[in-house]
Design a protein around this ligand. Structure first.
Ligand SMILES: [Zn+2]
Length: 209
């Protein structure tokens, strides 16, 4: 594969790129990455968590599974996934500065994030702000950003009660997911502050097959 673009995305910032049909995006990281995709020709046609879960008939997706849009179009296919011992999440939305403050105010930081935090450890912004800023130049309003595919966010979900729990399971260095564009796309992600474990930079690479 020929590398056509590569970027290291710092902790708690956003990244955006255009992709042509057939190109492959590799996202390498050791903490959570909130990923979204839009049809480049119609930015209102965007990734949809519910469509994706029902199309693949599962809540954890990996190699061979497709990312679906609001009107059930194929946006991307996962063609490689080296995340061993963990899963990607399709339940959660985006973290945000307000979300962290709300958890603090309600005394639930430990319940959500497994430990207590000093005030200065709580980020003043998160994936919501990162994706909002990153997608603003494309005319995408914050409220039109879909709930993401949360790569490397391993959730424990009880099948009988539906109770969800965050875990601190994260990828080992060198772990990556390859996603093939099934149409021309605008793709974006936030390198999550990933409160339980502390976010890290994320590597984004686009390949021509
Ligand atoms: Zn986040």
């Amino acid at each position: 594969m020929k590398k056509i673009k590569e970027q290291t995305v710092p902790y708690n910032t956003g990244w955006v790129a255009e992709m042509k049909k057939g190109q492959i995006l590799r996202i390498a990281g050791t903490t959570t990455v909130d990923f979204v995709a839009f049809d480049l020709r119609n930015l209102r046609e965007r990734f949809d968590q519910a469509r994706t879960k029902v199309y693949n008939m599962k809540i954890f997706i990996s190699v061979g599974d497709k990312l679906m849009s609001r009107s059930n179009q194929h946006l991307m296919t996962i063609v490689e996934d080296t995340y061993a011992g963990g899963t990607h999440d399709l339940q959660k939305g985006m973290c945000s500065g307000y979300r962290f403050q709300l958890a603090k105010r309600e005394g639930r930081l430990r319940e959500y994030y497994h430990r207590d935090f000093k005030d200065e450890e709580i980020p003043d912004h998160g994936c919501w702000e990162n994706l909002s800023r990153t997608l603003q130049p494309f005319g995408i309003a914050p409220e039109d950003i879909p709930s993401p595919l949360n790569l490397y966010q391993t959730m424990k979900i009880d099948g009988a009660t539906g109770r969800m729990e965050h875990t601190t399971i994260r990828p080992k260095p060198g772990t990556y997911v390859d996603l093939r564009a099934e149409r021309d796309l605008l793709v974006a992600f936030s390198a999550c502050p990933d409160l339980p474990v502390g976010g890290k930079p994320v590597q984004a690479t686009i390949f021509e097959p």
